[in-house]
Design a protein around this ligand. Structure first.
Ligand code: PMP
Ligand code: GLN
Length: 385
């Protein structure tokens, strides 16, 4: 068996969700909202199942969705995208990531990863034959510098895999930081694969800057989005890739032999949803921002050090001020003894070098967040002592 997968552990999300079920804990680990998601979008999907097309859709995605993606990005991010040659629909962002790495990386090529790196990245890079080069980010603000980029990016770099907004840190990188990346990539053949699945989940009046908005990156960038995150319907697994035609053509070759297509009824519903008025997306952001602030306030009251979150469903707690040095052990005790599941951020570092931060998902109703804080406050003296 292939050792990369044979030697892999079960994903930290699956592991913590299973522990949460076993101990009947509140699951603030794996990132999914408890809200059912926009009803009109779900109804569109149901109608499309009953009345619509249920056979193979076109390999690149249904035309309505490809057009909706282009229009959505024009309206929300001022991007100019040709739906016929620059948009492809995939079965979730995960398929898009897998396909991009398989299509772009030749064994021996270097792939730059920013740590903490979303858990799927490293195994997929390794399976594609890529040689990882890490840019390590650290709390409290998780920023990268020109020097770090210069040290990691060079003539052997094939792909720079950037997650923006970043899971699990909650950091959001703006135009100035993307320009640092563009500058570091100058003179190389590298392509930036930008996982922008959290593009709508961004707070404090920030605006998302896509890699495609940076002129120096437009022709050497792959932008990945996910309806799961845009509509808070994480099980939907409808993703989209936007890239210049010469790149997209090659990514399509990988897609045609990974999944080939994505359920047409969900595509139809996502096409409808992407056309919803801007107020819908603003309300979603405001709602999630209020949840972020609600949980942060409760955790601070419980004596925990909460790090700033600029985007995503997640906020992080720094355990270092409590003198705790093993985030994974702490999370295991948290789920078994306090009845709250969280995610140890060391799972997102290949060498587990960062062991003092844990991640909580705040996309839950106030009652659930309050009960989590109550349990944590009650258990804190035991867990910390
Ligand atoms: N990338 C990141 C950074 C994510 O956080 C997630 C899911 N939370 C994904 C990719 C996977 O997206 P999808 O469910 O569309 O495959
Ligand atoms: N992306 C989700 C998170 O960060 C988990 C997805 C998964 O379980 N693979 O929590």
């Amino acid at each position: 068996m292939n050792p990369i997968f044979a030697n892999l552990q079960t994903s930290i999300f699956e592991e913590m969700s299973a522990l949460a079920r076993l101990h009947q804990a509140i699951n603030l680990g794996q990132g999914f909202p408890d809200d059912p998601g926009p009803e009109d979008v779900r109804r569109k999907a149901a109608e499309a199942v009953v009345d619509g097309w249920n056979q193979y859709p076109p390999m690149m995605g249904i035309p309505e969705l490809r057009q909706a993606v282009a229009k959505h990005y024009a309206d929300h991010q001022a991007l100019s995208v040709d739906p016929a040659t620059e948009v492809m629909v995939t079965s979730g962002a995960t398929e898009a990531l897998c396909g991009a790495l398989l299509a772009l990386v030749t064994p021996g090529d270097e792939v730059v990863l920013f740590e903490p790196a979303y858990d799927a990245y490293l195994p997929l890079v390794l399976r594609a034959g890529g040689v990882p080069r890490f840019v390590k980010l650290a709390p409290p603000d998780w920023r990268f510098t020109a020097e770090q980029l210069k040290a990691a990016i060079g003539p052997k770099t094939r792909v720079v895999l950037l997650n923006n907004p970043q899971n699990p840190s909650g950091a959001v990188y703006g135009a100035a930081e993307l320009q640092l990346l563009a500058d570091a990539m100058k003179g190389t053949d590298a392509i930036v694969v930008a996982d922008e699945v959290w593009e709508h989940v961004i707070f404090d009046r920030r605006a998302h800057t896509s890699v495609l908005a940076v002129p120096d990156l437009r022709e050497r960038a792959v932008k990945i989005g996910s309806a799961g995150k845009i509509f808070c319907l994480t099980g939907w697994k409808v993703g989209f890739v936007v890239a210049t035609p010469p790149i997209l053509k090659v990514l399509a070759k990988a897609h045609q032999y990974i999944t080939f297509t994505t359920p047409p009824n969900l595509q139809a519903a996502v096409a409808y949803g992407l056309g919803k008025e801007a107020a819908h997306f603003a309300a979603m952001r405001n709602d999630l921002q209020a949840k972020r602030d609600h949980l942060a306030k409760g955790l601070r009251k419980a004596g925990l050090t909460v790090l700033a979150t600029e985007g995503t469903y997640f906020l992080n707690v720094d355990l270092a001020p409590l003198g705790l040095k093993d985030d994974a052990a702490f999370c295991r005790r948290l789920v078994t003894e306090a009845g709250v599941a969280a995610i140890p951020v060391s799972a997102f570092y290949a060498d587990a070098s960062m062991k003092s931060v844990i991640r909580f998902c705040f996309a839950k109703n106030d009652h659930t967040l309050d009960e989590s804080v109550r349990r944590l406050s009650e258990a804190a003296p035991r867990l910390v002592g």
